[in-house]
Design a protein around this ligand. Structure first.
Ligand SMILES: Cc1ncc(COP(=O)(O)O)c(C=O)c1O
Length: 357
C-alpha cells in the first residue's frame, strides 16, 4: 500500500466550475489546465471540466494531446513560440494560439494555411511579460484580419494584481485594454480567477479561471464567492513512528529544533521527495487524526516530524493530511513562503494519484 497519496476530488472540480457559471452567467469558460492542470492531472481534470467551452494550456504539446481527446473544444495555447512549426500545428489541430509579440503578427499577416487560424491577440496592459503594446494592438488586429488564413480574432489581456482587492492597478489595466481595442470589435477575455471573484468589470466574453477551479482562493481577503470554493486536492499520508524526546533533544537534520520540554514526536511519511515544501517553517500546520499539530525540525526527503505532545490518542498508522479538505493549502503555503499554485504544481511522481468522482 502506498504511504502517501494525492486524492483528486472531481466532484469538487465540477462544483467549482458551476460556481464560475453562477458568478459570471452567460460568459464562456476557458478552463486553464496548463502544467498538468496545476499538478492535478490534465486529462483527468479535463474530463470533469468538459462542460467548459474551452481549455487553455501553456505549451503546444499540451494542446496537441488535448485535441486528441477533445475534438470540439476551443483549445488555447497561451505561450507559443512564434515560428512556422507553431502555426502549422495550430492550423492542423485547430488550436488557437495567443499572439503576444509583433514578430508573430508579422509572420501571420501574410501566412497561407490549409485551415484558418482563430488566434487570440494579447494586449500588454501592465503585466509586461507578453503582449502587444496598447498603441500597436489596433494595427495588429487589422493586419491579421486582412489575411483570409486568419479567422475570428479574440482580444485578451492578463491581470497582474487582481488578487489584491484594493489595488487600483486592475482598474487601470481594464481602462487601458478597452482603450486599446476601441473600434476593433471582437470577443474579449480578461478575467483570471481573482478577476472573476473580485472584479466583475473584468469578465468579457470569455473568463479564464485556473486556480479557483482547483478550489484555492487567490484573493488577499476571502469574499462570499471565494468561501464557496471546494478544494480538489488532498495530500494524505500516515504516522510512521512515534517517540519521546527529552528537554534539549533536537529533531531532524541540522539540529534546527530543540525540545523545550519532554515532548512526543510523530514522524510522517511525506517529504520534499513527494513535493512537500522543504521551506516549510517550524509551526506549519499538519492535520493528524482530527487534530492540527505543528511541524518541527527540517523537512527531509521522505519524512517530516510533528510535535504531538499531550495528544496521547495519536498513534502509529493514523491518517495525516498535509493539505486538502481538513487543512487549507493557503495556510501551508504561507508557512512555506510560497503560494498554492507552486505547491500543487511541484508534487513529484512518487505519491500515488487517486481520482474520485
Ligand atoms: C494568461 C493566463 N490566463 C489565465 C490564467 C489563470 O490564472 P489563475 O490560475 O490565477 O486563475 C493564467 C495563469 O497563470 C494565465 O497565465
Amino acid at each position: 500500500m502506498p504511504l502517501t497519496t494525492v486524492h483528486i476530488d472531481r466532484a469538487a472540480l465540477r462544483h467549482n466550475l458551476s460556481l464560475v457559471r453562477r458568478i459570471a452567467p452567460g460568459r464562456k469558460v476557458m478552463a486553464v489546465i496548463k502544467a498538468n492542470a496545476y499538478g492535478h492531472g490534465m486529462l483527468e481534470c479535463a474530463s470533469a471540466l468538459s462542460s467548459a467551452e474551452g481549455f487553455a494550456v501553456a505549451r503546444l504539446e499540451e494542446a496537441v494531446l488535448l485535441r486528441q481527446h477533445y475534438p470540439d473544444h476551443v483549445i488555447l495555447v497561451m505561450n507559443p513560440e512564434a515560428c512556422a512549426n507553431t502555426w502549422s500545428h495550430c492550423s492542423h489541430y485547430r488550436l488557437s494560439p495567443v499572439i503576444h509579440h509583433r514578430d508573430a503578427v508579422k509572420q501571420l499577416a501574410s501566412i497561407k494555411l490549409p485551415k484558418p487560424l482563430a488566434p487570440w491577440l494579447k494586449v500588454d496592459t501592465g503585466m509586461h511579460r507578453l503582449g502587444l503594446a496598447p498603441q500597436e494592438a489596433g494595427i495588429a488586429f487589422e493586419q491579421l484580419s486582412a489575411n483570409p488564413a486568419i479567422g475570428l480574432v479574440t482580444w485578451m489581456t492578463h491581470l497582474a494584481s487582481a488578487d489584491e482587492t484594493h489595488n487600483p492597478f486592475t482598474a487601470r489595466q481594464l481602462e487601458s485594454f478597452h482603450h486599446a481595442i476601441r473600434g476593433h470589435s471582437a470577443e474579449t477575455s480578461i478575467a483570471n480567477s481573482a478577476g472573476l471573484l473580485a472584479w466583475p468589470g473584468s469578465y468579457g466574453d470569455w473568463v479564464r479561471p485556473g486556480i479557483m477551479l482547483y478550489g484555492y482562493d487567490p484573493l488577499d481577503t476571502a469574499n462570499d464567492w471565494s468561501r464557496q470554493l471546494q478544494p480538489v486536492m488532498t495530500l494524505a499520508s500516515q504516522v510512521l513512528a512515534i517517540r519521546d524526546v527529552d528537554t534539549g533533544d533536537s529533531v531532524g537534520y541540522g539540529n534546527q529544533w530543540k525540545a523545550e520540554q519532554p515532548s512526543r514526536i510523530a514522524t510522517i511519511a511525506c517529504g520534499y521527495g513527494d513535493g512537500y515544501p522543504r521551506s516549510a517553517q517550524h509551526g506549519t500546520p499538519v492535520w493528524v487524526n482530527g487534530q492540527t499539530v505543528p511541524l518541527v525540525g527540517r523537512v527531509s526527503m521522505d519524512l517530516i516530524t510533528v510535535d504531538v505532545t499531550g495528544r496521547d490518542d495519536i498513534k502509529v498508522g493514523d491518517a495525516a493530511e498535509l493539505w486538502g479538505k481538513q487543512l487549507p493549502i493557503n495556510h501551508v503555503a504561507q508557512c512555506a513562503n510560497t503560494i498554492s499554485y507552486e505547491l500543487t504544481t511541484r508534487l513529484t511522481v512518487r505519491p500515488q494519484r487517486d481520482f474520485l468522482d
